[in-house]
Design a protein around this ligand. Structure first.
Ligand code: CDP
Length: 238
């Protein structure tokens, strides 16, 4: 089973995907972490963001970003260093969309993302999981929330539970800028798959949204395994 959860920053994708995966015993694939890891590695290698559009396969390979499965998710390395803790640094937040819009980067990551799904039940979250990476996923969700709600969540995550109007406006502007790059790029833009279920999390209770998606997955799994055959049903011919 593959479950995809796409949506803009702060829509609740990551926390929801993690909780759904936990509840169902599935693996959690945070595709944004792959783009963030390449961003960390490029910044550390001193490659100017203005030159990222020219990155080719050779340059990407030289960044030595690799991913290894962990118990519930994945661990991410750049060179020999595990970079999981650096993925959410402010400089990475600012520059990651610039990395993610490069066609060679997206092509380069496609196989790694699909490899992660081999032989496991997966909850994959990002921007193009349901549209490009896993178009045949059994369950697709698209999460949204108002810009203000998303900005408040991001600030709360950063420890600012009661932001001033200026702080809130600045975070809204950062998120809106990233949304713009993500949804207007030529390759794999942020948009819902035609068959995605839309969930607005602005006012939804977190447990409620997790339960709702887990129920969708259970229903899809039951459909996929077909109706139970009554005991007195004759065996189908071999
Ligand atoms: O958690 P948040 O939504 O802020 O970000 P994320 O999921 O870690 O994604 C960071 C960035 O990676 C996004 O703003 C996109 O530019 C890019 N991304 C993408 O292009 N495609 C994906 N499937 C996932 C992330």
């Amino acid at each position: 089973m593959i479950v995809t959860i796409d949506g803009p920053a702060g829509s609740g994708k990551s926390s929801t995907a993690r909780a759904v995966a936990e509840r169902l015993g599935y693996r959690h694939l945070e595709s944004g972490a792959f783009y963030r890891a390449l961003t960390v590695a490029a910044l550390r290698s001193g490659i100017e963001p203005a030159h990222w559009d020219a990155l080719d396969d050779q340059a990407l390979a030289a960044l030595r970003v690799r991913v290894t499965p962990a118990e519930r998710g994945f661990r991410i390395f750049a060179g020999d260093e595990e970079v999981t803790d650096a993925l959410r640094e402010p400089a990475v937040n600012t520059e990651v969309s610039r990395m993610a819009r490069v066609p060679a980067v997206r092509a380069w990551l496609l196989d790694s993302l699909r490899d992660a799904a081999k032989g496991v039940n997966l909850v994959a979250e990002g921007r193009d999981m349901g549209t490009v990476v896993f178009p045949d996923a059994e369950v697709k969700c698209y999460l949204t929330a108002s810009l203000t709600t998303r900005a408040r969540r991001r600030l709360a995550e950063a420890g600012l539970a009661d932001p001033s109007a200026d702080e809130l406006a600045a975070e809204e502007a950062r998120l809106a800028a990233r949304d713009r790059v993500d949804s207007q790029r030529a390759v794999a833009p942020l948009r819902p798959a035609a068959d995605a279920i839309h969930i607005d999390t602005t006012t939804l209770d977190f447990d409620e949204q997790v339960a709702r998606i887990a129920a969708l997955v259970r229903a899809a799994a039951a459909r996929a395994s077909g109706p139970a055959r009554p005991l007195d049903d004759p065996q189908p011919p071999p």
